[in-house]
Design a protein around this ligand. Structure first.
Ligand code: GDP
Length: 297
């Protein structure tokens, strides 16, 4: 399960509030101190932690708790609401273009899980939304990346559009969209090139693809296990490309949760999906409230 470390700590902290018939300022102080430490240890962004704790403190000593018949429970409810808000509040839906195909551009650093996630997303759209997706191999620098996407496509029996490594990514994507129209496919998922680090050339290329295609969604794929690095990567990509959402991968191995709890607050962009394993059906729509419930038990 994701976030065990954080969940254990927060659960033991909030448990102390259960059943409390009266909540003193001292109780709130102690609880928020523990919450603060738990979040910092989970590698949540420092400023995000500060604002979060401040909001809980304000609400927990306010009338909604004082006038409540079960003040302890009320405080726990506040923590859960704030945690839900921190991760984005409402669940964020995927775009549907009025003029198909809907174009989704997948961006991210190498190794984050972009290619796997492109396949997972195609599978999700077909299975859960009854849509016909097309995968597009636009990483022209790494033949291995193209092969990998083709393997994923075969495994899922989902078509993959590729022109090898000779064509340029903008042309590939444009041709893929025409192809999707002809074949009446309704989603085009473009697996763009990734690099080891954020660099100017990568951003220029992604910017060109974006300007040429005006995609309906630009999803950044980031590895949740990299914590604050993932948040920094998200900030850089968002500055350059104005992302529409984030997909957090490897949440299955993330005991801390620092990226999941910081990315929305730092970038203001929603987490749309979470990768929960290596298999191609291990992608979940991200539900902030469910995540908060998992964390708080
Ligand atoms: P890319 O370089 O960004 O295209 O990354 P890949 O799609 O090749 O993925 C890199 C590695 O991460 C592969 O071994 C994937 O199986 C693995 N991976 C991707 N998503 C997840 C996930 O949600 N959970 C786990 N445990 N592994 C993942």
């Amino acid at each position: 399960m994701a976030f065990e470390g954080l969940a254990d700590r927060l659960q033991s902290t909030v448990k102390k509030m259960t059943g409390k018939g009266k909540v003193s300022e001292q109780d709130v102080k102690e609880m928020t101190r523990e919450v603060r430490l738990a979040l910092l240890e989970a590698d949540v962004n420092f400023k995000v932690v500060k604002d979060f704790v401040k909001r809980i403190k304000e609400r927990a000593v306010g009338a909604e708790v004082m006038d409540s018949l079960t003040p302890g429970q009320q405080v726990i409810k506040i923590v859960k609401e704030e945690l839900t808000d921190l991760m984005g509040g409402e669940q964020s839906k995927i775009a549907v273009s009025e003029r198909p195909p809907t174009v989704i551009m997948m961006v991210g650093l190498q190794g984050a899980g972009k290619t796997t996630t492109s396949g997972k997303l195609a599978n999700h759209l077909r299975k859960k939304h009854n849509r016909k997706p097309l995968l597009v191999a636009a990483d022209v620098y790494r033949p291995a990346a193209i092969d990998q996407l083709q393997t994923v496509g075969k495994q899922l029996d989902i078509p993959v559009f590729s022109k090898g490594t000779e064509a340029n990514p903008v042309d590939i994507a444009n041709e893929a969209i025409l192809h999707a129209k002809e074949e009446h496919l309704d989603y085009v998922i473009i697996d763009t090139a990734g690099r080891l680090h954020v660099d100017e050339h990568l951003m220029d290329e992604l910017g060109q693809i974006k300007n040429n295609l005006t995609p309906d969604e630009i999803f950044l794929v980031v590895d949740a296990m990299t914590g604050q690095d993932a948040v920094n990567v998200a900030e850089s990509f968002d500055d350059q490309l104005d992302l529409s959402g984030v997909v957090l991968t490897k949440l299955d191995g993330d005991t801390r949760g620092g990226a999941a709890l910081s990315i929305k607050a730092v970038t203001q962009k929603p987490i749309k999906f979470a990768g929960m394993g290596e298999k191609l059906d291990e992608l979940e729509a991200f539900h902030p409230e469910r995540m908060a419930s998992r964390i708080l038990g």
